[in-house]
Ligand binder design. Sequence first.
Ligand code: HEM
Length: 370
Amino acid sequence: LEAQPFFGLHQSGIVTAQPAAALYCAFDVLAERPIELERLLRIVTERLGFLTKGGEPPATNPQLPPRGSGILGPVVFPDNLTATLSVGASLFDYRFGLATRRPLHLGAMERFQNDALDPSRCHGDLMLQLCSNTAETNIHALRDVIKNTAGLAAVRWKIEGFLPPHIVKTMGADTVRNMLGFKDGTANLDARNAALMDRYVWVGPERGEPAWTVGGSYQVVRIIRTMVERWDRTPLAEQEAIIGRHKGSGAPLGQTHDREDPGYEADPDGQRISLAAHIRLANPRLPETRDNLILRRSYNYSQGISASGQLDMGLLFVCYQADLVAGFVTVQNRLSGEQLEEYIRPVGGGYFFALPGIPDAGRYLGQSLL
Ligand code: HEM
């Protein structure tokens, strides 16, 4: 029941290992003036600081509602909780006078060719990512934030995700399987490599971004439904050709180990791994595509059934990058038209900017922005 650091150069929950449960909640800011936005950010920072550290909430008069929901019992335990706060493009509209402070690449998420975006599950002024060992801990934290921000922010949409609980996943080191039964995360960036994170994930001073963004990161959230009934009736060889890897071992097609290089130089025409395979399009591993690497931090999701009785499950795709356009947008454009599209449908999500970290409780998240 470890506590993850809340203060630091960067927010936790980006390069930190992935615990089993995640919750993403987008908010609309109801505050109308900059001073109220500041109050909102101060409250959220104070609550997240408490929730990630844990402790006993002060006793209250029984004639009043209790301080917390009580889901975790009388003493809140940290449970590996990380809380990561991001801002959406809409926060930079006319309301708070922030138009000139917008991160350069932050706009509303566009519609890609295979998307069937449901407006009620897209965008938001704020995005709160909660990751911990259990769904209860995330829900406890969310309800605390909602209760303490009444009148200042309203929930816009939310989705929960999961990974197998027996592993706390370090990106670039551990792999788990997604809802298509394939290992996911094999070729991810190694999140333990600080130099790599400085190059690909964190916004640094050299990027020409507004100065307040340094230490933050562009966050992409995509709710990608997978048509699992159809997939389960697709021949194994076809599934493997679509992804470009073996289903059992996770190795690139024709190879034995999942960590092996796919060896595209020796296969320029795609005899072994099709040029249209997901992994080959996502990362062709050419000198000119080296700037397009992203840190993927996805979860699985499953939530009921569609109107026609099909399972509503898939990938809660999340990635972080220092440059949204060189990262996600370029990779997604390369993937557009891929064979996998027959089995997947992005239905929601948004583009956000994960705020830089704060050094201590004397500051609040977003202070450098305001
Ligand atoms: C790799 C599945 C969506 C980018 C992979 C792998 C699988 C996979 C099985 C191979 C293992 C690995 O290296 O992680 C899926 C599924 C998706 C999906 C089922 C949708 C439901 C996306 C999206 C993007 C993306 C939306 C980005 C726009 C990548 C990248 C790699 C990858 C960059 C690593 C390629 C490499 O470096 O070799 N994906 N993916 N994927 N995927 Fe996806």
